[in-house]
Design a protein around this ligand. Sequence first.
Ligand code: GN1
Ligand code: MG
Length: 349
Amino acid sequence: MHSDILKEYGFINATPVLTAFGTGLINHTWKVSYMGKDYILQRINDNVFKQPADITSNISLLAAYLKQHHPGYFFVAPVKTIHGDEMVFLKDEGYFRMFPFVAGSHSKDVLKTAAEAFEAASQFGKFTRLLAGINIRQLKISIPDFHNLSLRYHQFLEALKNGNSQRIKETKALADELAGHAAIVNEYQNITGNSNFKLRVTHHDTKISNVLFDDAGKGLCVIDLDTVMPGYFISDVGDMMRTYLSPVSEEEKDFSKIIIRDDFYEAIVKGYYRQMKDELTQTEKKYFFYAGTFMIYMQAIRFLTDYLNNDIYYGAKYPGHNLVRAGNQAVLLQRLLEKEKTFSKIIEN
Ligand code: GN1
Ligand code: MG
């Protein structure tokens, strides 16, 4: 199958070498080596991204805007096919697109230092700031209600009623614990009704592997722009907290390893503020800490909802996988909430 796709890119003179790449849960990603150059090939999961053409349209829009207004910004545009298209559709295979593997750049799957958190936060902040002038209505909504916490909470309650009954029983304690944090949902509803909260160009997937670093360890740009849509800054800042603060990820089964690293929190604040300090409203700034609770809570209920619905969205590599992930995120939420007092001082300074 891959040879048909790669033919669309004119890769016919030698045999391209494909290797699975990255750890994403939704799209499938390969590294392709062809005639001494490397590329990233992705198959879009069109169960999740129902209109893959919307992604292409958004990326072209961003590329054109940045080229015009911030020509110095390093933007990784998709490789075009021999027909000049940015996406390939093959019957029975789905939607594919390819990016150049930027020479002299690298990405990371885990953060080792707070300096890396600073660089990443600065890159995500810069992205939103540089695009602040774009007419946000031109952006397509590639996943409707993606970070709509009210809807996610509703889906969680639905799964508790109509999901796998055995699993509903088995997860009662965790479900009760999570339902006990519904104040996070109420706060989200306040935000959506508050005009001091701005819809901005938001990345919506700010994990560390979506930042490209140069050889000196400085951030170059952000990648994986499929979920770039109008959104609130809490999505981006919150997902950084969710994925940078603890030394272990959502996959960790030993929950005692989940801890919050204060210096990484400070690095996220400093890196993001370096770019966004003058963009954020006073009201938004008050929700900086909340951002982390918002995203961790949403991820916890998304994992548990999927477990209750027999793992139809995230899939499971072993029995109980999504339950482990949900339990992990619930502990992370608890650990972060314990830091509220300490961290509010960091923002004030
Ligand atoms: C999914 O596919 P990936 O790993 O980049 C999910 C994110 C979750 C993440 C949790 C479209 O992202 O929202 O935070 O898993 N993306 C989608 O690992 O649902
Ligand atoms: Mg992603």
